[in-house]
Write a protein that binds this ligand. Structure first.
Ligand code: SF4
Length: 435
């Protein structure tokens, strides 16, 4: 299975997107704290790792950890705003270190829209330079784009712009805005759209990419808003192939191992032909309107066939529909049993709490051995100081751009001592890019 894991190597950034879902925290990584996570992916037989952030290029040891991951046999990728990769020397270093694939985040080809979304002018030429530099150093490039209120009507125009100016880019990824975290959560009034606002433009963009022989994926979009391209949904592909994803968050969430991909469904979904392979409505609150979901009646088998017979994923072995169906039904049975066990465990825990059962008879913590705790980074005294400073700077940026700063949920307890922090800093060689 082509599982790919994520490591957030930093959580600060040199841009200031009003809908950032992973803003600054006091956590920091050293090479050693990242190495443990890379080793864990290797022991799980993962195909690759995506180094992300914040803006990962701001970590001074990024080339070193990229090189280490590559030496361990992982396919090494990075998600970046491209600002530092616009420097040919830095791009050369990353290429030499072993970076194989870069996802450059660009929201719009319209400079004024891009500047408004990024909180910074002139980011577009930098992103273009990053694409060219990556290409020159043998690094494959995707364009990643968060769908939001300001760009949702011209996704197709942005694609046409990329095709014309950078024909070497062969793959595009859209991420529908996650309104539940970070600044996206508190700035919904500015950046959140209705699902139907992007439907036509997204379909047009997909058609253009397909016509020109390019590939694409779409994340967090219910299949009823991309029915003609259901096979390109990231969640659907993961449901069909039974893939998992581990994200090592550089915050209090720490490690999240995701094995299920369904989110929110409504009554209408019960009549929908693709419900078993649809991720539903990605919304942990009430941001998107569930009434926008409408059942579709497309052929589920055709969608599945397109995914399982995709030659670009040779690691998936169940290439025939009957073999896939037997496997899929088995996985659904297992998932149902696991859910029932979890309900029973919760009930036993509740009984324990009420004193109706002996402690320890509820079956433990429920974490599987493979989810055993891995420490993701650390909160150092220095990390806390940098965080407080960054937050003050970002407060002013927020005021200037007329957006709200994310809710501060940071736990300020548990930082390592100054002496430990100083040792960590020496180990890291300092963080030159932190303002
Ligand atoms: S109606 Fe529900 S199950 Fe069907 S595509 Fe929409 S979200 Fe998915």
């Amino acid at each position: 299975m082509a599982n790919i894991g994520y490591i957030q190597v930093v959580r600060h950034c040199n841009h200031f997107c009003g809908f950032c879902s992973n803003p600054t925290t006091p956590y920091v990584h050293t090479f050693d704290t990242m190495k443990v996570l890379v080793d864990d992916f290797v022991s799980r037989d993962y195909f690759g790792v995506i180094l992300t952030g914040g803006e990962p290029t701001l970590h001074p040891e990024l080339p070193k950890i990229a090189g280490y991951a590559r030496d361990q046999g992982l396919h090494v990728r990075m998600i970046s705003n491209g600002w530092r990769m616009a420097d040919p020397e830095f791009a050369r270093q990353m290429g030499e270190a072993g970076l194989q694939h870069m996802h450059v985040s660009v929201y719009s080809h319209k400079p004024e829209v891009e500047a408004q979304l990024r909180g910074l002018p002139k980011t577009l030429p930098k992103a273009e330079a990053a694409v060219d530099n990556a290409h020159a150093n043998g690094i494959a490039v995707n364009i990643n784009c968060v769908i939001n209120r300001l760009n949702c009507d011209h996704l197709h125009e942005t694609i046409a712009w990329w095709i014309e100016r950078h024909p070497q880019v062969r793959h595009f990824v859209w991420n529908n805005l996650d309104p539940s975290m970070g600044r996206a959560e508190v700035n919904q009034d500015q950046f959140l759209h209705r699902l139907r606002d992007f439907e036509w433009s997204l379909a047009e963009a997909c058609r253009l990419l397909e016509r020109t022989g390019r590939t694409f994926r779409v994340e967090k979009v219910p299949l009823c808003f991309m029915a003609d391209f259901a096979w390109a949904s990231t969640e659907t592909r993961k449901i069909v192939k039974g893939e998992e994803r581990i994200v090592h968050f550089l915050d209090d969430k720490q490690t999240v191992r995701q094995t299920t991909w369904g989110h929110r469904y409504v009554d209408a979904c019960r009549h929908c032909s693709v419900q078993p392979i649809c991720g539903g409505l990605f919304d942990k609150g009430d941001a998107y309107d569930p009434d926008e979901l409408t059942p579709v009646f497309i052929d589920l088998d055709q969608v599945v066939q397109r995914i399982i017979q995709d030659p670009s994923d040779p690691s998936y072995t169940l290439r025939s529909l009957p073999a896939w169906k037997a496997d899929f039904m088995g996985r659904q049975r297992e998932a149902k049993q696991a859910a029932e066990r979890e309900v029973a465990r919760q009930q036993a825990l509740d009984a324990e709490r009420r004193g109706e059962r002996q402690p320890g008879t509820s079956g433990g913590s429920g974490r599987r051995p493979q989810d055993a705790n891995l420490k993701v980074g650390q909160v150092t005294a220095e990390g806390l100081r940098l965080f407080e400073r960054k937050r003050r700077i970002e407060g002013k940026q927020a005021e200037r751009h007329g957006v709200k700063l994310e809710t501060d949920r940071v736990t300020r307890k548990g930082a390592t001592t100054d002496a430990e922090a100083a040792r960590d800093e020496r180990g890291r060689g300092g963080d030159e890019a932190t303002p």
